[in-house]
Write a protein that binds this ligand. Structure first.
Ligand SMILES: Cc1cc2nc3c(=O)[nH]c(=O)nc-3n(C[C@H](O)[C@H](O)[C@H](O)COP(=O)(O)OP(=O)(O)OC[C@H]3O[C@@H](n4cnc5c(N)ncnc54)[C@H](O)[C@@H]3O)c2cc1C
Length: 417
């Protein structure tokens, strides 16, 4: 089969791949996007039915195509997100080829070779834009649980009706776990939730979305190089909050008042019982403390800037854990939703571009292998790098760097201007 050659190949047809494609199109660089499934697949296939953005719509600022709807302060639902991506691709006639799985990438000399499900491709530059959430993570103990208990990963959870009738355990309280627990709770299910160390953030404070305050405060311009945690920022768990029904806090204590059963971190499965850590109170307190710290920083900003904004009382916990049970009664459960994250898997890229943990070695997406770039990873450069907010800036940067580098290399990229 004849190898098809392109100056640039972008792997992945999500928002990152499309943003990259827009930036290359603007510069007249010939390229193609190879997408394993279909445009926006992750939003369609890996999110639950009631899913909506946690970030406000105005933060959807893909290059050349900022959010154009009538609800900038709202939170797009799944179908609207996919529609936004489809309209984006159509707006510049993105060179997207769907149904092409890139199975292996190698390099000989200056040229990359891509073995794909439809035949060979080659390229002078390759941009990896395949997201960060590759393989659902399950704890080892999941394999030992009784078969009668249905187990689904958060990425496969759709709605309560998908699960057999009965009580449901959700494990993990970061963004997905907290929202899925809420979804099940609102559907009338008895929910048990293992609460981990994820922080939380308020939705609104002193008259505005917290995200709007943080935007003004420059929070989203902070780079990984300037972050107090440095590259460890990439491993930070996301704060839980929701955009559902116009946006609101997720206060697990309020759910507990309404009957949700909260536990500490899940530890083990032994002798027919699930054991949990004694850290529920600590985890709830820590989540509240983070939320309060963010509010305090907003207070400080308001006062420094002399802004007039309504004052809000400090949060008072509405519930405290009293039970000391270290076990969850498995016989009560019909299903478990594992909301414990994902593994990344770049093993199909056969190039020395990764550290021992398999994470790409890069500086703002420019990898250690000349001509290979990464885009769309959380905190690739800023908080927004793995989100709608910042992926466009990173794509612009990579496109500019690619052309600048090409001026000094053997393989120049043909482009307009
Ligand atoms: C539960 C959840 C909630 C989120 N909420 C928000 C939010 O509110 N706001 C926000 O801005 N961000 C949010 N994000 C983060 C981020 O916006 C999404 O993860 C988004 O899908 C990332 O876009 P992407 O283009 O980088 O990757 P993806 O959307 O994952 O797209 C990657 C594409 O690459 C394709 N692909 C993968 N491997 C190959 C291969 N080998 N060959 C060919 N194609 C391949 C896939 O099929 C996929 O279509 C959320 C993420 C999750 C998981």
């Amino acid at each position: 089969m004849q190898t098809q050659h392109f100056p640039v190949i972008v792997v992945g047809g999500g928002q990152a791949g499309l943003a990259m494609s827009w930036c290359l199109t603007q510069r007249g660089v010939k390229h193609i996007i190879l997408e394993r499934s279909h445009l926006g697949w992750a939003w369609q296939a890996q999110r639950w039915d009631s899913f909506c953005l946690v970030t406000p719509n105005w933060q959807c600022r893909l290059p050349g195509f900022p959010y154009d709807g009538d609800d900038p302060d709202g939170f797009m639902v799944k179908a609207q997100i996919i529609d936004y991506l489809r309209r984006y691709a159509a707006s510049f006639n993105a060179p997207l080829t769907e149904g092409v799985n890139v199975e292996r990438i190698t390099k000989q000399g200056n040229r990359f070779y891509l073995a794909t499900s439809v035949g060979p491709y080659s390229a002078d530059r390759v941009v990896i834009a395949v997201g960060n959430y590759h393989q659902p993570r399950f704890p080892a103990l999941a394999a030992r649980l009784p078969e009668a208990i249905v187990q689904v990963h958060s990425s496969a959870y759709r709605n309560a009706a998908q699960l057999p009738p009965g009580e449901v355990l959700v494990v993990g309280s970061a963004q997905s776990g907290a929202q899925i627990a809420e979804d099940l709770h609102l559907s009338g299910r008895q929910v048990h939730l293992c609460v981990g160390s994820a922080p939380r953030v308020a939705r609104f404070y002193r008259g505005r979305d917290v995200v709007a305050w943080l935007e003004d405060m420059g929070h989203y311009r902070l780079t990984v190089d300037d972050h107090p945690l440095g590259e460890d920022a990439r491993r930070k768990t996301n704060h839980y909050v929701t955009g559902r029904d116009g946006g609101r806090d997720i206060d697990l204590r309020a759910f507990a008042l309404q009957g949700m059963k909260l536990y500490g971190r899940l530890l083990d499965y032994e002798g027919g019982q699930l054991s949990v850590a004694d850290d529920l109170a600590r985890n709830l307190d820590a989540a509240d403390a983070t939320s309060q710290k963010i509010k305090d920083s907003i207070d400080q900003w308001i006062s420094e800037q002399g802004i007039s904004a309504p004052v809000e009382p400090r949060y008072q916990p509405v519930w405290q854990p009293t039970e000391t049970s270290h076990h969850i009664d498995l016989s009560r459960l019909s299903a478990i939703v594992w909301a414990v994250g994902f593994h990344t898997d770049f093993s199909w890229i056969d190039l020395p571009a990764f550290n021992q943990q398999g994470y790409p070695r890069h500086q703002r997406g420019i990898s250690t292998v000349p001509g290979l770039y990464f885009l769309g990873l959380p905190w690739l450069w800023t908080w927004g790098s793995g989100r709608f907010e910042g992926v466009g800036d990173d794509a612009q940067y990579l496109a500019a760097q690619m052309l600048a580098e090409s001026e000094n290399r053997d393989v120049r990229i043909p482009h307009a201007g």
